[in-house]
Structure formats: C-alpha cells, structure tokens
Design a protein around this ligand. Structure first.
Ligand code: PGA
Length: 269
C-alpha cells in the first residue's frame, strides 16, 4: 500500500479532451492555435487532444508535441483488410500516442461488446499506442447497487488477453454513464470508491506494480467548476473531458488546475 501512495506523486497527471463528433478540419486547426497560446507546457502534466479521425493527420503536423499529444477516439482491431469505414491502430501509429477504447457511446450507440473492446485493447498495445480504457456503470446499474461489479466486469473482460508487461502504460477512465453529458456529478466518496476498486482489481489481476503504475482518470460532465474537486480526489490521476474541452479557454483552465493540484498534493504530503 505504501508504494502505491508514493507513486501517486510520480504518476503524471493526464488531461484528455474528447471532442467526439465536433469540429471539422478547419475548426480543429483554429482551436489548436488558440489553445497553444493559452496553455504552457508544464512538468508533470500531459495534455491530450482527441479530435475526429479526419483532423488527426493535419493536427499531428501542427501541434508542438511538448505542449500536446494526440489521441484517437476509437480504432478497429484488425490491422488491415476488407472492413469498410474502419481505421486501424496500425494506421494511427506515428500520428497519435493514445487511443480511447470502449467509450460508453461506442458501447451503447454502436453496440460494442466486451469482445470488441478486448480485441481493440490488444490492437492498441500491439501497435504501441497507449489505450485509455473507459469503464463505468449506467444509471440502472447504479440504482441496483452494481457499480463495483460493473467495474470488475469491464476490467476483467477488457483486459482478459493482456499481460502485466503489456499494461505498462495503461490508463483507465472511470466514466459513470449517467454522468456523461448530463451535468450530473457523482459525490466524491463515490469516485473514491470506484477508483479504489479499479486499482485493487488491477492489483488482483496483474500485481502491485501494475496497480501502482496505472493512471486512473475521472470523466463525466467535468467542467471548470468541478475539475479541481475531481483532480484532488484520492486516486484520480487526471480527467477525460468531453463538452468542456470544446471551449479552449475552459480546457486550458482545467489543464492549469491539474498543475496546481500537483503542488497542492505535494503540500499535503
Ligand atoms: P462529458 O463527456 O464531459 O461531455 O460528459 C465525457 C466523455 O464522454 O468522455
């Protein structure tokens, strides 16, 4: 346990902006221009932008990688082949550092199942992209008191084919489905409990080193008003921001808060 809490200080904070299906190429480029003037590169904080597939290539030439990194919002799990409309992790290699896997909108609108998510995790790892595995309960599951079971299931199923060595760079985003895009916000003790369960389940599956290296993000209606509370929640290493990441000023403010939260964490020690 001791080494886990020490590692809280060494795990880099991660702030990820998931733009979902917003911004065409031109708008993406203007946004990044604005954001680069607002954000300073900060030790200990990594900022990742996840635009549409279309904008990834041009943004990869535009961004200063010391300021931001890029992530894809999804990937297909085969490396190539007759899969009309899909983009593989192999194609993303060299353009992005991260890829979001198993986002609840993929699970629910596009009927992605555990098997797809497991294969996508493998594809990301095989292609040396850092997967951000999204997990979390629906409103009904929460009402039935199943939150911790859902977390265990999502982790067990999503990571079934993975080894501890491959998990070196794993990021898990705890995103209660009922909090995404709704303005609803879980109480801090609920997030502490969920994030604690994530780390202890990873420890159970892969051992203490994997659990203490794991970065856990919170996502779901994060905005400038609640970001600092989430960032200072025990066990939370960063945020996955949807709606609020579409406003450059709000997103830059949240990234700055991540930096202040490191200082605060340091003072508390
Ligand atoms: P939201 O989205 O911040 O708009 O709730 C978060 C997400 O879906 O990752």
């Amino acid at each position: 346990m001791k080494s886990m809490s020490t590692n809280t200080q060494t795990r880099k904070k991660l702030i990820v902006g998931n733009w979902k299906m917003h911004f065409n190429m031109h708008e993406s480029s203007i946004y990044v221009h604005k954001l680069s003037d607002m954000i300073t590169s900060r030790r200990g904080v990594e900022v990742v932008l996840c635009p549409s597939f279309l904008a990834l290539q041009s943004l990869s030439l535009q961004i200063n990688r010391r300021q931001f990194k890029l992530g894809a919002q999804d990937c297909y799990w085969r490396d190539e082949g007759p899969f009309t409309g899909e983009v593989s992790a192999t194609m993303l290699r060299g353009i992005v550092d991260y890829v979001i896997v198993g986002h609840s909108e993929r699970r629910h609108h596009f009927h992605e199942h555990d098997r797809d998510i497991r294969h996508k995790m493998q594809a990301a790892i095989r292609n040396r992209l850092q997967p951000i595995l999204c997990i979390g309960e629906t409103a009904d599951e929460r009402a039935r008191g199943e939150t911790l079971h859902v977390i265990q299931d999502h982790l067990t199923n999503g990571l079934a084919n993975t080894t501890a060595e491959e998990l070196d760079q794993l990021v898990v985003a705890y995103e209660p489905v009922w909090a995404i895009g709704t303005g609803d916000d879980p109480a801090q003790h609920e997030v502490v409990e969920a994030v604690g369960e994530i780390r202890s389940h990873i420890k159970h599956m892969f051992g203490s080193a994997a659990a203490s290296n794991l970065r856990v993000l919170y996502g779901g209606s994060v905005d400038v008003d609640n970001a600092m509370r989430h960032l200072s929640t025990r066990g939370v290493d960063g945020l996955l921001v949807g709606g609020a990441s579409l406003q450059a000023h709000a997103f830059a403010t949240i990234a700055d808060m991540a930096h202040s939260s490191i200082k605060k964490g340091g003072e508390k020690q």
